[in-house]
Design a protein around this ligand. Sequence first.
Ligand code: NAP
Length: 301
Amino acid sequence: MRGTNSKLIAVIGATGQQGGAVVGALQGSSQFKVRALSRNPDKHRELADEVVKADLNRPESLRAAFEGAHGVFLVTNFWEKGTDELAEATAAVRAAQDAGVKHLIWSTLPDVEAISGGRFHVPHFTGKAKIDRIVKEAGFSHHTFVIAPFYYQNLMGALAPQEQADGTLGWALPLDPDVRCIHMGDIRELGHIVAGAFAHPDQAGNGEYLPLVGDFMSFQEIINTLNRQGHKFSFKRVPKEVFATAFPGGAEAAETFSYFQAHTYLGSNSDYQIALANKIAGRQPTKFSAWAQANFPVETA
Ligand SMILES: NC(=O)c1ccc[n+]([C@@H]2O[C@H](COP(=O)([O-])OP(=O)(O)OC[C@H]3O[C@@H](n4cnc5c(N)ncnc54)[C@H](OP(=O)(O)O)[C@@H]3O)[C@@H](O)[C@H]2O)c1
């Protein structure tokens, strides 16, 4: 039951994985009312207290989308064709300023170019990091950075196991499987961190970085965990050049794995931020093993 004094939070990406997690967590709290934003609000009428049209590529749609909102959760989708994350996020930040938004939470990622001294180029990470300064300098009463991990869900989606040349099911990646370098998590749990940050701006609204990390693993540990649960997945290390040209987006993915291997996903020791994120979320995120047991069914053909 929402109280009459509940604060309105407008959520970009509400129909997607990150924003959907945020909508879910906010709706579980009597402190907030949720305005889900989508380019196609008519398709998602039941999503939240309000469902309003917003298109990051149509800045004129954003002012009304943010009007009256106390807070905004902002995520951009690098993978959507034609997306310019800098232009989209800048338009959203400006519109939020104009609408008098008090607290903006931006879903960012590490600056790979800075971390690697220019050795690796991973635009879907660095492009988000470059937006941090715009958020910081916008002068909101409160702002927070959340960092999404490598989603556990990727292993059943974009990075699902494939049939290999030797007939096994598994992964062929340009990655040393024994290097522990992947900060991972159940993306549905990002919402608890975001809701916690909106609820505790004193502790998390002054430019804090809050990464969601349920587990930190090597690819071999991922496979061992799944195989202990009854799967029979294989792993083959392939040259970066081969992987990069094997499918559209392969080059970006290959570079991302090289960066993980050299510097880890988060790029530096983030124990303090991870602990703060868990405190703000009010819970420990789910370990990969428990998530896989509940969500990654063993095929019994
Ligand atoms: N997969 C990973 O492991 C991982 C890890 C960290 C970060 N990320 C980042 O996560 C981002 C994607 O987020 P997600 O996984 O939540 O995506 P998703 O599930 O594919 O959903 C994309 C969302 O973006 C919204 N959207 C796209 N273009 C828009 C526009 N022009 N205006 C307004 N809304 C727009 C869509 O809303 P409508 O269609 O309803 O308008 C939809 O809700 C990417 O930038 C990626 O780099 C991914």
